[in-house]
Design a protein around this ligand. Structure first.
Ligand SMILES: NC(=O)N[C@H]1NC(=O)NC1=O
Ligand SMILES: [Zn+2]
Ligand SMILES: [Zn+2]
Length: 454
């Protein structure tokens, strides 16, 4: 080796591609994987005197989860969520990289100068690696190339009110301008795909159904059809639909993919875990946009995950302070739309996936590899292989966790998952070879890196 090995992780259950390996992972001083070892090779290396051996028995070691859709909100709305608390939650949940959305912070990541402000705010505070999305808003097209050069992994835009004034939504002609700019790059344009249909709000605002009816599936269909039409005119631009909820839109997506369009689609844990029938009156912790729909919709989304029509599963962690959730009035229309869940994704997916014909290896596919590919991080993250970053989650698939306030690292603890018991307990989270989180102990130092010039 051209690098001295410094750590040797050993387990009988290391997830390497679509198999379990009984062996080890040798990590260098630079935090990269030097070599994936067979059982017999580990016997040799474990005798090396300067190698720290971390033998976790039969606990699973797999690539750390990559959550490509997180709203950190710092600076400007750090009381909603910040880099320290968000990345602690990520580390506690086995996530080794988050990708920060361009909005809810003030300033939003829509200019190079704003991006520098964000970088400054995040520096030195993160327990896991952090990459950044840039934003497309009306009129900022001249900033896009600069933002790419400065290190954003791609761009996100809204096709409907975003909820914050600093991040106005775009019209098809703004999208067209952005696509023309991005055509010459390898960047990706992601869409919050709902378009206004001026659906009236009819009924009691404390009843979930009132909110649900105000955001029908047709709003997603309209936006997705618009995205597809624009993408067909600019086929060199990678396009991505964030947080799909409406199952009715899946045929459109299947057709677009069949036609060869470079389109990916994500859904979120909340659309796969909840159904509108069960949401109590005034329970605004369930409010997000697009909304959580009924059981039938949820079942179709699971089928779409199973068949790879939906490419990845992310959190869309978007918390706020309790007052903005309107808990006292229980007004679904006025409450902030956004669900807090960053820490729970691995356990949520693991607990449900067996009921839907998926396997443990699909965690890596849907929650790590595909988000890495979307954000261009797949060249050095998301796999246990030579030269990849030594980003791991070490976890016990049989142990259970109970979601209750004292275990939640998010700044604001309100979450619709409160009280849930899930399978899958994170024991250690390793970022570039360093243990950043260990169950039952304090967090180690904030060694997370900002991924801005990878
Ligand atoms: N602004 C913001 O974070 N919005 C997010 N929240 C949500 O529920 N959907 C979103 O797009
Ligand atoms: Zn969104
Ligand atoms: Zn979002």
């Amino acid at each position: 080796f051209n690098m001295e090995p410094v750590k040797l992780f050993i387990s009988t259950n290391i997830i390497v591609e679509h198999k379990f390996l009984n062996g080890g992972i040798l990590v260098g001083k630079d935090g990269k994987i030097l070599k994936v070892l067979s059982k017999s090779e580990t016997l040799v290396y474990r005798t090396y005197k300067d190698v720290e051996v971390i033998d976790v028995g039969d606990y699973v070691i797999m690539p750390g989860v990559i959550d490509s859709h997180v709203h950190v909100n710092e600076p400007g709305r750090t009381d909603w969520e910040g880099y320290e608390t968000a990345t602690k939650a990520a580390a506690a949940g086995g996530i080794t990289t988050i990708v920060d959305m361009p909005l809810n912070s003030i300033p939003p990541t829509t200019t190079v100068q704003n991006f520098m402000t964000k970088i400054q705010a995040a520096t030195g505070k993160t327990y896991v690696d952090v990459a950044f999305w840039g934003g497309v808003i009306p009129g900022n097209q001249d900033e896009l190339i600069g933002l790419i050069k400065a290190g954003v992994v791609g761009f996100k835009c809204f096709m409907i009110e975003s909820g914050v004034d600093e991040f106005p939504f775009v019209q098809p002609n703004d999208i067209e301008i952005a696509m023309k700019t991005l055509e010459k790059t390898n960047s990706v344009l992601a869409f919050h795909a709902e378009m206004n249909e001026n659906t009236p709000v009819i009924g009691d605002p404390t009843v979930y159904e009132t909110f649900l009816k105000s955001r029908p599936p047709s709003m997603e269909l309209k936006a997705i059809a618009t995205v597809i039409a624009l993408a067909k005119r600019h086929p060199n631009v990678r396009t991505h639909i964030v947080h799909l909820s409406a199952a009715e839109a899946l045929p459109l997506i299947v057709d677009a993919k069949k036609s060869g369009l470079n389109l990916t689609v994500e859904t979120c844990h909340h659309y796969l875990n909840f159904k509108s029938e069960d949401i109590p009156n005034k329970a605004t912790q369930y409010k997000c946009t697009p909304p959580i729909r009924d059981l039938k919709n949820q079942q179709i989304l699971w089928e779409a995950v199973k068949h790879g029509i939906l490419d990845m599963i992310v959190s869309d962690h978007s918390p706020c302070t309790p007052d903005l959730k309107e808990l006292e009035t229980g007004n679904f229309i006025r409450a902030w739309g956004g669900i807090a869940s960053l820490q729970f994704g691995l356990s949520l997916f693991w607990t449900q996936l067996k009921n839907h014909g998926l396997s443990i290896f699909d965690i890596n596919r849907y929650m790590t590899h595909m988000p890495a590919k979307l954000t261009g991080l797949h060249t050095h993250k998301g796999a246990i292989a030579t030269n990849y970053d030594a980003d791991f989650v070490i976890w016990d698939p049989h142990a259970t966790i109970l979601i209750e306030p004292s275990m939640i690292q998010h700044k604001n603890k309100l979450t619709p998952y409160m009280g849930k018991k899930l399978y899958g307990k994170v024991l250690k989270t390793v970022v570039r070879g360093q243990i950043v989180y260990e169950d039952g102990k304090q967090f180690n130092s904030p060694v997370g890196k900002l991924l801005i010039n990878e």
